[in-house]
Design a binder for this molecule. Sequence first.
Ligand SMILES: C[C@H](O)[C@H](O)[C@H]1CNC2=NC(N)=NC(=O)C2=N1
Length: 98
Amino acid sequence: MTEKLSDETRGPLLEPLFAAGWQMVEGRDAIEKTFVFKDFVEAFGWMARVAIWAEKWDHHPEWSNVYKTVEVVLSTHDVGGLSALDAKLARKMDSLAE
Ligand SMILES: C[C@H](O)[C@H](O)[C@H]1CNC2=NC(N)=NC(=O)C2=N1
């Protein structure tokens, strides 16, 4: 069952993501990161690969794409804030962008 991150669990899960360029969304329990790729094909290819994992895990990003830039916000709507699924999807996004 998905649960909102507790005070004890959020530090260890989120600190590595902050070090990797993620940050808290102002006024919301959500994380955001802007990914910039070489061109549109790279950006959209990455989105397609992420989408397969998102669907597999039934956990979907809020994102927008303009040419080679993808702005991502992750939060768990079912719990009204961050859950471990957001950290898991963020790590997958980072590894697929490498
Ligand atoms: C019914 C379905 O499983 C839920 O609505 C899933 C789908 N994808 C989701 N994605 C995200 N980011 N948060 C959710 O709470 C969520 N819930």
